[in-house]
Design a protein around this ligand. Structure first.
Ligand code: ADP
Ligand code: MG
Length: 530
């Protein structure tokens, strides 16, 4: 770009620089965290989300709230992104991540006002983060039994759903996590009706499918299955072709040839003699007839993900076309049948390989089914991840308080200005225990002092002390079963620090539009603040 072009572009762009840019960005982060702060913890309040078409969702899940908000401000969007990453990678800790990022920025602003350069603050934050990461791993506890696994899923579901449903889902998530290797080995299916507490896990897979013909056999035991990543259909021309048929005889010859081709494909399948055939695409009517006459039960239009599940649960290969079908590609199943649930036919199949389970979620309405499905998926993700490295940390603000205390001591080793940023980082972590206290109606100053004192006076395992918000007391988090995955904290610190640092490094904001949009609906929250 020539110098002239650049100058013209800058002319058409509104621009905020230096101190003002930093201040505006930090205000946006604060406004966003202000919008979700009251949802943190088991006593956090819910938010009612009303979509443009008027549908209503009640949630206290930070990421759902953020995803639903119509927000234009780039900094707010960046924080929403870190919450979404938190959700996708570790399935929990979304609200905490945004709160810590915003608090790191508030504290940085205070240092900036005292004349500390943002790059020094960023350096200090980076050092503090490295130290924090080591601290959480050296303070993590290795879990030995599955009781603790259930405490972890319960903690992750705290504040969501009712007590008994939370316990039920936790236990289902732990059962599933210990049985399957990856979350994708579990199929989740909803069956409207009954209560959410009637949700259950079935060994095997359930798909909302029925065999291609009512005359095909059901209730099969100990058979073979062939999985086809395609269909058995009359061949469609792949490019626009015109076929000139000049006599009626040609039409019938053409049809016969088509049937012959379909029949050839079926013969290849019949040769290896499967009891069940599953296809990703369609199966031609003539092929259905032939399959049924040969005692093969066929299911068509099964999604690719479900084919993979079937393949794992029956140890079957997925083949690309019938011409490639070999006897070694067949998989084994123990049981296959169909059942009618609330007017929809479901195919139930149990493979011989233990992999493959289905969670059947019951519930009276779509909103509840969706809420239960989301909560279960998160709990399952948390449980599976925990089974991988088995390292846990105390919740209820305990680990943040312990880390904060440790960082304050560690900062004493630094002579330079970075030490002030390390102290600011330590202070920022207290936002978690402080907000947990506020959201339960407790005095945050008294509670933070009491928690600090409890950890300071404890001769060993001082970091185990945190808030049991249900009891309103400071307790040993391991005794209370308020524990969390180490990865959740690792990701939370990594994302919030990285976001804060990159925002601190921005000193020039160029807006393509004339009027920078502020997080919609959040501007009012900033009014009245100094
Ligand atoms: P996030 O989106 O950050 O996970 P949550 O609303 O799920 O937000 O709240 C999580 C916080 O609540 C964590 O710090 C967790 O340790 C804490 N927590 C969960 N259960 C309890 C409890 N019974 N007492 C105190 N704190 C709890
Ligand atoms: Mg949570």
């Amino acid at each position: 770009m020539s110098g002239g072009d650049e100058a013209q572009l800058l002319n058409e762009t509104s621009r905020i620089k230096g101190k003002e840019a930093l201040h505006k960005n930090i205000e946006a982060a604060e406004a966003l965290s202000g919008a979700i702060r009251s949802t943190l913890g088991p006593k956090g309040l819910d938010k009612m989300l009303v979509t443009e078409n008027g549908s209503v969702k009640i949630t206290n899940d930070g990421v759902s709230i953020l995803k639903n908000a119509v927000i234009e401000h780039p900094i707010a969007k960046m924080l929403i992104e870190i919450a979404v990453t938190q959700e996708e990678t570790v399935h929990d800790g979304t609200t905490s991540t945004v709160l810590i990022a915003s608090e790191l920025l508030q504290n940085a602003w205070e240092l900036y006002k005292k004349g500390i350069h943002p790059s020094i603050i960023a350096n200090g934050y980076s050092l503090a983060y490295e130290h924090a990461n080591e601290f959480i791993y050296s303070n993590a506890t290795k879990i030995k039994n599955n009781n603790l696994l259930e405490s972890i899923t319960k903690t992750s579901l705290s504040g969501k759903l009712g007590h008994s449903l939370r316990d039920q889902l936790s236990s289902l998530a732990c059962k599933a996590a210990t049985a399957i290797e990856k979350t994708s080995d579990l199929k989740i299916i909803t069956n409207k009706g009954g209560s959410a507490n009637d949700s259950y896990i079935l060994e095997g897979l359930v798909l909302a499918k029925q065999a291609c013909s009512p005359d095909m056999k059901r209730n099969l035991k100990n058979g073979k299955i062939l999985i086809l990543d395609g269909g058995i259909e009359k061949r469609m021309p792949t490019i626009n072709t015109k076929i000139n048929l000049t006599s009626p005889a040609m039409i019938s010859a053409f049809r016969e040839k088509e049937l012959e081709l379909v029949s050839e494909q079926i013969q290849k399948i019949i040769k290896i003699n499967p009891d069940i055939l599953v296809c990703r695409d369609g199966i031609d009517d003539s092929a259905i007839r032939l399959l049924q006459q040969n005692g093969i039960t066929a299911y068509r239009r099964v999604e690719r993900d479900d084919l993979e599940l079937l393949s794992r649960t029956c140890s079957a290969s997925i083949i690309a076309s019938p011409s490639m079908a070999k006897i070694e590609d067949l998989g084994d199943f123990e049981y296959s049948d169909e059942e009618n649930w609330s007017g929809v036919t479901h195919w139930i199949l149990k493979g011989t390989n233990q992999k493959g389970m289905t969670l059947v979620i019951r519930g009276s309405n779509e909103t509840l089914l969706e809420e239960v499905e989301n909560a279960f998926s998160d709990a399952l993700g948390v449980a599976c991840q925990c089974l991988k490295n088995k390292l846990v940390l105390p919740g209820g603000g305990a680990i943040q308080m312990a880390l904060s205390r440790n960082l304050r001591k560690w900062a004493e080793d630094f002579k330079g200005r970075e030490s002030l940023a390390i102290l600011a980082y330590a202070d920022a972590l207290e936002i978690i225990p402080r907000t947990l206290a506020i959201n339960s109606g407790l005095d945050p100053i008294d509670k933070i002092l009491a928690l600090n004192a409890a950890q300071a006076s404890s001769s060993k395992n001082s970091n185990h002390w945190g808030f049991n918000i249900e009891k309103g007391e400071i307790c040993n988090m391991y005794d209370e079963g308020i524990i969390e995955n180490v990865q959740q904290h690792e990701q939370c610190l990594a994302s919030s620090t990285a976001a804060a640092i990159s925002i601190l490094r921005i000193d020039d904001v160029l807006w393509a539009k004339n009027d920078p949009t502020f997080p919609e609906g959040l501007e009012e929250q900033l009014e009245g603040r100094d």
